[in-house]
Design a protein around this ligand. Structure first.
Ligand SMILES: NC(=O)c1ccc[n+]([C@@H]2O[C@H](COP(=O)([O-])OP(=O)(O)OC[C@H]3O[C@@H](n4cnc5c(N)ncnc54)[C@H](O)[C@@H]3O)[C@@H](O)[C@H]2O)c1
Length: 319
């Protein structure tokens, strides 16, 4: 039986990935997470949680000894643990780089020492920065935030471990991911739903016409799984992941409003505030490379995805 180490496995994408792997593979799963953001109960409350397949280790990816224990006996590594907040990265770029760059280096070193077959690294559209969409893998990256810069550095280290040591690595550039287990996230979909359920008025920064490529965590999980198992011609690849479809924040708000009003919940009009620095204005990506290399095809449109997310938030309001 194969085993995978998921760093940051108690976080939003991590717990969705673990749920996906429990259903779609017979792999054992090791998790390392310092629980700075992730929640153990996201994991243990998964409908399909099976504790004899999942081993949790609490610790920091920057701690070499704990990481060594976590990676022991694994075939693959999915590296999700990170400082993920753009604004925090602007306020404290040193903390961001320490976790995202030094932490990634530590994960690559541990992977090399333990003969890991492939490392799948969670990069971000933020690494490429503001570009004329659709964004593809051939554009010259111009990160707008320290977070984007640290993700780009992580990609560079993945490339270098492939080039210097032959370690097989894939950097997946996620666009905006949403879905269940995102109560702690500060991203638009989770914030809007939480604030409305709390009786608060959500804030839209800028004019609301800025666009994002929103992709459901289940589709991202499918792509991560494929990134470990598919034959990939080169020992380092960067792959853009999204849906290829852009949605404005105003349109997104309307969709959430309609769905929540359908539950009999009062939804206020949003308040508008000045746009924030370091954020991309328009974004959607070209997913042809993911289609080709990973046989990736998104299965959630926005309506189905928002529905699954809102159902989770309503069911887990006490999280
Ligand atoms: N959510 C998105 O829209 C999105 C978009 C692009 C890229 N990503 C990337 O995907 C990955 C997962 O993001 P997420 O949205 O699930 O975030 P998340 O914060 O929910 O998950 C990250 C997890 O890492 C853990 N962690 C943080 N620092 C750690 C450390 N030093 N040692 C051990 N664990 C640590 C946190 O406790 C958390 O459980 C991140 O690398 C993020 O940059 C996410």
């Amino acid at each position: 039986m194969k085993r995978v180490l998921v760093t940051g496995g108690c976080g939003f994408i991590g717990t969705n990935l673990i749920s996906y792997l429990l259903d779609h593979s017979n792999w054992g799963i090791n998790i390392i997470d310092d629980l700075s953001e992730g929640k153990l109960h996201y994991l243990t409350s998964l409908d399909n949680y099976i504790d004899d397949r999942v081993k949790f280790i609490e610790g920091d990816i920057r701690d070499e000894g704990i990481l060594e224990d976590a990676v022991d006996g694994c075939d693959y590594v999915v590296h999700l643990a990170a400082q993920t907040d753009v604004i925090s990265s602007i306020n404290d770029p040193f903390n961001d780089s320490d976790i995202n760059i030094m932490g990634t280096l530590n994960v690559l070193e541990a992977s090399l020492r333990n003969n890991i077959k492939r490392v799948s690294f969670a990069s971000s559209a933020a690494a490429v920065g503001e570009q004329e969409p659709p964004v593809d893998e051939n554009m010259i990256p111009r990160p707008l935030s320290p977070y984007g810069a640290s993700k780009l550095a992580g990609e560079a280290y993945c490339s270098s471990y492939s080039g210097s040591h032959g370690l097989s690595t894939v950097a997946l550039r996620f666009s905006n991911v949403y879905g269940p287990n995102s109560w702690h996230k500060g991203s638009a979909i989770s914030l809007f739903i939480k604030q409305i359920l709390d009786g608060k008025t959500p804030v839209i920064y800028g004019d609301g016409n800025q666009t994002r490529d929103f992709v459901h965590a289940d589709d991202i999980s499918m792509a991560i799984h494929s990134s470990l198992t598919r034959d990939i011609p080169s020992s380092f690849e960067v792959i853009q992941l999204g849906t290829g479809i852009e949605t404005s924040i105003n349109k997104l708000y309307e969709m959430i409003k309609t769905r929540l009003e359908g539950e009999g919940i009062d939804v206020p009009e949003p308040r508008y505030a000045p746009a924030r620095a370091g954020e991309i204005y328009t974004h959607y990506c070209d997913i042809d490379k993911a289609r080709g290399l990973l046989r990736y095809e998104p299965t959630f449109d926005m309506e189905k995805g928002i529905d699954s997310t809102i159902r989770w938030f309503i069911k887990h309001q006490l999280f």
